[in-house]
Structure formats: structure tokens, C-alpha cells
Design a protein around this ligand. Structure first.
Ligand SMILES: Cc1ncc(COP(=O)(O)O)c(C=O)c1O
Length: 491
């Protein structure tokens, strides 16, 4: 069988001698793949190109989990459809970026109309009515005087903007940041410095003007504030995602607000993953009835169709940082900040969220999912260690079985990848996909936790479909689960 890659995938370009190329020769088009060829590409070709040009090491993990056997052809609502017409239930939800599900018709419609009318995209020279409207909508949703918005293209960029506005407002003598253990704020170098994961920190040279405290420990924050007057910023995810779905009670956030007020510290709430309705409130901090000084949203703000992130600051903070013509351009939007189609997608997303009562639905379905998972916890106490979360941001923690696994299976498991030792979540995730057409997300820092971040359009029947599948799988027992997973590696 011939494939697209029968032609060499790599093109050897011979450098012409500078004076040898006649101007009339024109510029030869390299051997480029077209959009339609990309769509029709076989799984084998796709794998080769991924290995040759994207991330060969990542392919290793895809193989472990069986993700390498899937080519997605389309996606709609709660489901992906693969090359064999198999519908895969999406409880991974793009790490929380699919509040509206896949290809929501209103989002698709708004984008088509925008394109059909040749409306403008770049918002650098002239002001953009779309950027202005999106900023106004975010200010209308955000409580208190969280009114000033910076638009970017990712959560990391929004969080960089949050750190920068806070640092400028705090002033050079109070630039030290308190952040939390197990935090995740992004992979660009600024926010990486306050992201607590050795995997991502990767021995980069990061700034060390910061202090780490346990997540949810108000006494540790108080001690830090009292002992170090150079601390001017506190940065926390309201619900930790990458750390394994960790929550703090409302009283913690109320004390955070009070402590920050007392010490003049600027509180940044990272809502990139838990925001945009996922927790059952637009912002998770609303459960505590408090308002941070700066916050950031991204992921689901793009309606599952575009890359957009927003930093939202209290007007007073923003004006201190960039409020004069002299300071206005210090951190003005980048090339694609406020780009038209991203803005109209986000505007439509916010409208759909309220028109379809999706925030309320996240609270209702989240409660039902937690209730059903709690019943599974009671049924399989030797397999499930904990179930926790808020709205449709739920963590399912499995027991570490490195010590309890039957002797006969230990040599087999010892041969598996390091990431899988002791952890059931990899096995369970792989088997949920293989045998139950269900996709779940893993957790960076806690390999025993599966993250459930389904679209907020999730209905009771989807919760039932997911929990019934999990129940059936766990009913096999640990030994069979491990054996079935090992078998899947050789299939
Ligand atoms: C809490 C939090 N902050 C920031 C980010 C970074 O967002 P992005 O991946 O869009 O840069 C993430 C991404 O997972 C996140 O979960």
C-alpha cells in the first residue's frame, strides 16, 4: 500500500551558491501537505510525522495508554468520533477547555458569520469592538471592581499578565511572591517559577524571588507575611488542578482576603482551569463570597474552538501598574491579543454559558457525579482512596497498590514504565478507553488521581454512562485490571 509518506517526509534542501541562483528561477514550492491531505492522513503516517516533527518521547506515553491507536475524525457535544466510527465519551474535556462541549452550534455559527462577512481580526492599530465587548462582558461577570482586562492567547499568557500587573502595583520593594505546593500556573518561564513541579521546572534557570507554602495552610501564609515585608503578592489556584484536585474551604479564602488586606498583599486567583463555570460558579472563589485583586481565565473561555485567555484586575491595581500614557505600553496586548475571531468566540461562549444555564448544570451534574462516585468508593474501598471536587472538576484518587499487589504480578509490573508503578490510574484510564470508549485525564503531580473535567453540557445520562463503565471495570478486581492492561500492551 502506498502512503503519503512514500515520498520522503524530510526534504533535503541544498543551499544554492548565492550568486548562482538566477532571479528568474522563481521560488520552488517545497513538498507541502495540503489541508485535505492532512484530513485524509492514515494513522500510520500521522504517527510517523508526530515522531519525526513533534514529540517522539510523548509517543511513548500515548502507546502505554493506547491513545496512539486513535485518529479523531470529528467531535460533537460530549463525544469524539474516531476513524472506525467509534464514539468516545469525553470526560477529559481538554483539561477543562471544553465547557460547551465539542463544536457547539452557536459557537460554530458565530464564527462562520464572522468569516463570511470578512470582519477584521488584528486589533493592534485600530481599536476592536470585539475586544472591547469581551472586556466589558468579563467585567460584568466578575464581582467587585475586577474591571480591567488584558487579552492573550493562553492561560500561561494570562497568568504572566497577572504576575506583571501585580508586581508593578506592589512596587519594587514588595515583589516577593507566595505560592503553593503542587501549584500549576503554566509553562512560560515567569509562571514556571511559581509552578511547583520538578517535571516542568526541568532545571531551567527560574527566578527565585518567591516563598512556597502548603496549599490551604493559612498559618503558613500568615507566618510568611509577618516575617517578610518584601512579600507583596500571593498567588493561588482556587482549586488546584494539576496537583490532583485540591480544595480549601470558604473560611480559608475569607482569611486569605483578610490577611492580604491587613498586610497590603495583592491576591491573584488563578481560575484558568476552575473558572468559566466549571466549579458551579463562574469563578470558584465566589463560593467564599470574596473578591481577589487579580484573576485569570482561559481554556473554556475559547468555547472549545479558539485560543484565548484573559487577566482581570481590580481597576485600582491596573491603574497603579499601567494607568498613565507613560506606563500604558509596558504590557499592552501582544500581536494576537484581542484578535477578532477569538473575541467573538469568547463573547458567544459567555452568552451560551448563561443562556443554557450551564453553570447551574455544572453544579447539579457535579453533585450527582460526586454522589455516584462516593457510592463506588464505598463499594471498592481497596481500590478507591478518595473522591473530591466541586462542580464538574472532580478528582478520583486510587489506592497506591505498590505494596498490596499480589506477588505473582509484581515482576510484570516492575517491567512497566516508571510512571505506572504503584498507580492504578494509568491502567484504568487505558482500559476505560479500550473497553468502554471513555476518555479521562491524568494528573501531573499525583499519579494516583484521575481528573474528570467533562463539558458543562454533561447530562445525567452521561454521568451514568461514565460511572457504570467505571463500576464494571473496577468489578474485575485489581489483579484482572493489571493483567488486562499488561495484555493490552502486547495486543
Ligand atoms: C491553573 C492553571 N493555570 C494556568 C494554566 C496554563 O494554561 P495554558 O496551558 O493555556 O497556558 C493551566 C493549564 O493547565 C492551569 O491549569
Amino acid at each position: 500500500m502506498t502512503t503519503m509518506l512514500d515520498k520522503p517526509a524530510r526534504i533535503a534542501i541544498e543551499a544554492p551558491a548565492l550568486d548562482a541562483a538566477p532571479l528568474s528561477a522563481g521560488i520552488k514550492k517545497p513538498d507541502l501537505i495540503t489541508v485535505e491531505q492532512a484530513k485524509a492522513m492514515s494513522l500510520g503516517d500521522m504517527t510517523t510525522l508526530f515522531k519525526d516533527h513533534l514529540n517522539p518521547g510523548q509517543l511513548h506515553f500515548m502507546k502505554l495508554l493506547g491513545f496512539n491507536k486513535v485518529k479523531i475524525e470529528s467531535a460533537e457535544g460530549m463525544y469524539y468520533t474516531d476513524q472506525n466510527g467509534r464514539k468516545i465519551l469525553d470526560f477529559f474535556g481538554g483539561f477543562g477547555s471544553l465547557a460547551l462541549g465539542h463544536n457547539h452550534p452557536r459557537i460554530v455559527g458565530a464564527r462562520k458569520k464572522f468569516q463570511d462577512e470578512n470582519r477584521h481580526e488584528i486589533a493592534i492599530a485600530f481599536m476592536s469592538q470585539y475586544a472591547a465587548a469581551l472586556a466589558k462582558n468579563l467585567a460584568a461577570i466578575a464581582p467587585g471592581d475586577l474591571d480591567m482586562v488584558f487579552l492573550g492567547s493562553s492561560g500561561s499568557e494570562a497568568m504572566e499578565a497577572a504576575l506583571k500587573v501585580a508586581e508593578r502595583a506592589a512596587g519594587p520593594k514588595r515583589s516577593r511572591i507566595v505560592y503553593a505546593e503542587n501549584s500549576f500556573h503554566g509553562k512560560t518561564k515567569g509562571v514556571l517559577s511559581v509552578t511547583d513541579g520538578p517535571l516542568y521546572r526541568g532545571e531551567f534557570r527560574l527566578f527565585d524571588n518567591n516563598v512556597k507554602v502548603p496549599f490551604g495552610d493559612i498559618d503558613a501564609i500568615r507566618r510568611a507575611f509577618e516575617s517578610d515585608p518584601t512579600i507583596g503578592i500571593l498567588l493561588l489556584e482556587t482549586i488546584q488542578g494539576g496537583g490532583g484536585i485540591n480544595l480549601a474551604p470558604p473560611e480559608f479564602w475569607q482569611e486569605v482576603r483578610a490577611l492580604c488586606d491587613k498586610h497590603g498583599v495583592i491576591w491573584i486567583a488563578d481560575e484558568v482551569q476552575c473558572g468559566v463555570g466549571r466549579s458551579g460558579r463562574f469563578f470558584a472563589f465566589e463560593y467564599a463570597n470574596v473578591v481577589p485583586d487579580v484573576t485569570a481565565v482561559a481554556k473554556s473561555l475559547g468555547g472549545g474552538k479558539t485560543a484565548v485567555g484573559a487577566m482581570i484586575a481590580r481597576r485600582e491595581i491596573y491603574m497603579k501598574a499601567y494607568g498613565t500614557p507613560k506606563t500604558a505600553m509596558i504590557h499592552a496586548q501582544a500581536t494576537f491579543g484581542g484578535i477578532g475571531e477569538a473575541c467573538i468566540t469568547a463573547i458567544e461562549t459567555l452568552n451560551v454559558l448563561y443562556d443554557e444555564d450551564l453553570i447551574e448544570n455544572a453544579a447539579v451534574q457535579g453533585e450527582y457525579l460526586l454522589e455516584r462516585l462516593a457510592a463506588l468508593h464505598a463499594k471498592y474501598p481497596k481500590i478507591i482512596k478518595d473522591v473530591r471536587g466541586q462542580g464538574l472538576m472532580i478528582g478520583l484518587e486510587f489506592q497506591d497498590f505498590s505494596q498490596t499487589l499480589p506477588m505473582v504480578l509484581r515482576p510484570v509490573v516492575a517491567m512497566l514504565d516508571d510512571k505506572l508503578k504503584g498507580s492504578l490510574s494509568g491502567f484504568i484510564g487505558a482500559l476505560l478507553l479500550r473497553d468502554y470508549d471513555t476518555l479521562v485525564a491524568f494528573t501531573e503531580y499525583n499519579r494516583n488521581v484521575i481528573r474528570l473535567l467533562p463539558p458543562l453540557t454533561c447530562e445525567r445520562q452521561h454521568v451514568d454512562q461514565f460511572v457504570d463503565a467505571l463500576d464494571d471495570l473496577l468489578g474485575r478486581g485489581i489483579v484482572r485490571i493489571v493483567k488486562d492492561f499488561v495484555g493490552s500492551q502486547f495486543a
